[in-house]
Write a protein that binds this ligand. Structure first.
Ligand code: MEV
Length: 429
């Protein structure tokens, strides 16, 4: 990556940005053409992806710059409708790269398939029978999807979780059996669901219960990714705040999100701004990642911040983020969607573990930028510039008019559509 070509990337127009990425050796000539064509999804592919398809719905697609993750530089693809997110991610990544970058840990990549059994006469006895037949259960599950076993993956462990009847919420006894499945490079929904459904009859015969369903769990607690960064206070100082003050205010911003679910929800939404954008750009299932992340945020019994910001012994600011990240690099729409394929190529065709490292780092960086802005100048200052631009475009400004109207709008007392239209009307034709 020859980063000098990316200088003031945001000030370039789209064509110049594509040229700059090519000059920096991040994309090829072929990639340039694909981008110029907006990574268009062919009609036939779109028609095969969903039912009742009538159009394709586009989102802006950009790159988060300056990411240094486990010693490797990345331009990160992000698909997103919200202004400021990519700018915030890139600015966080710049500061964090000056501090040595993100370090990540990916513990394991094991997915969970659940089989829910009802009307089980004796929960504890059934649990024991299930555990005693672990090998048989694994064999039957693996027979249902031999190709993943051939590649070194497959069902590896069994867990049984009796859930007793709860009079308060009026629920009966359930026995939930978990299959722990290694899906290798895939997120593996089809593999997991096939295995979970295949062993329903056997579990019914073992437990004398009735299977209610077999399906993956999006609460992927066996597929956790962690990012960490450590930032010296010298990189945090702002005009109105010393580096120590910014550090302490960031820590306090995290503390309020640890104790207050109202704040935690917004705090975590900011993290998901970055995570969803990369998950979406890489053709992964952002709903499953969202669901898993929020469930993980509530694992203590209260919904809390997903990140943790603390002070290191030497006074540095230390941030960590751990989330379940059941993403894949093959399967689903990944190998058929041109945008998804392009994103994987842009990232150097990472393994699923490497992609997890990238995504969790973007989430941590996104949170750093958001709370740093919130506890210093506030976020509106940065947002208003982009808001002014969308107002200028909504008012009908075209080409060079957009920047002129945006600038005048920023100086005006009332930043709204009516003012944008007035400014536009007063411009010479
Ligand atoms: C806006 O999309 C995200 C933020 O609200 C996140 C936060 O409050 O931490 C700025």
């Amino acid at each position: 990556m020859e980063k000098q070509h990316l200088h003031k990337f945001y000030q370039k127009n789209r064509t110049e940005r594509i040229e700059a990425l090519a000059a920096a050796n991040i994309i090829s000539e072929e990639d340039k053409l694909a981008l110029t064509d907006h990574l268009a999804l062919p009609e036939e592919t779109a028609n095969h992806m969903i039912e009742n398809q009538i159009a394709t719905y586009q989102l802006p697609y950009g790159v988060g710059l300056n990411f240094l993750i486990d010693g490797k530089e990345y331009a990160v693809p992000m698909a997103m409708e919200e202004p400021s997110v990519i700018a915030a991610a890139s600015s966080a990544a710049k500061i964090i790269s000056q501090a040595g970058g993100f370090e990540t840990t990916i513990q394991e990549r094991t997915m969970i398939g659940q089989i829910v059994l009802k009307d089980v006469p004796d929960l504890e006895a059934a649990k024991q029978v299930v555990l005693d037949h672990t090998e048989d259960i694994l064999q039957k599950a693996n027979e249902a999807h031999p190709s993943i076993v051939k590649r070194g993956g497959g069902a590896k462990a069994v867990e049984a979780r009796p859930i007793a009847a709860d009079d308060q919420v009026q629920t009966p006894d359930f026995l939930v059996v978990h299959l722990h499945i290694e899906t290798l490079e895939a997120m593996g929904a089809n593999i997991i669901d096939t295995m979970a459904e295949a062993i329903k009859p056997y579990l019914e015969s073992l437990t004398n219960g009735a299977a209610l369903m077999g399906i993956l769990s999006n609460y992927a607690t066996e597929c956790l990714a962690t990012a960490r960064c450590q930032i010296p206070v010298s990189l945090l100082a702002r005009a109105d705040y010393s580096g120590e003050e910014v550090r302490d205010r960031i820590i306090e911003a995290c503390q309020i999100a640890i104790v207050d679910p109202y704040r935690a929800t917004t705090h975590n939404k900011g993290i998901m701004n970055g995570i969803d954008a990369v998950v979406l750009a890489t053709g992964n299932d952002f709903r499953s990642i969202e669901a898993g992340a929020h469930a993980y945020a509530a694992r203590s019994g209260q919904y809390r911040s997903l990140t943790n910001w603390t002070k290191a012994e030497n006074g540095d600011l230390v941030g960590t983020l751990t989330i379940p990240l059941a993403i894949g690099t093959v399967g689903g729409s990944i190998s058929i969607h041109p945008g998804a394929k392009f994103s994987h190529k842009l990232l150097g065709n990472p393994s699923a573990k490497e992609l997890e490292s990238i995504i969790v780092s973007v989430g941590l960086g996104q949170n750093f930028s958001a709370i740093k802005a919130l506890v210093t100048e506030g976020i509106q200052k940065g947002h208003m510039g982009l808001h002014a631009k969308s107002l200028a475009i909504s008012a009908g400004a075209k080409g060079e008019q957009v920047d002129v109207v945006t600038e005048k709008l920023k100086q005006s007392k009332n930043m709204n559509l009516a003012t944008a239209k007035e400014i536009l009307e007063q411009l010479p034709n």
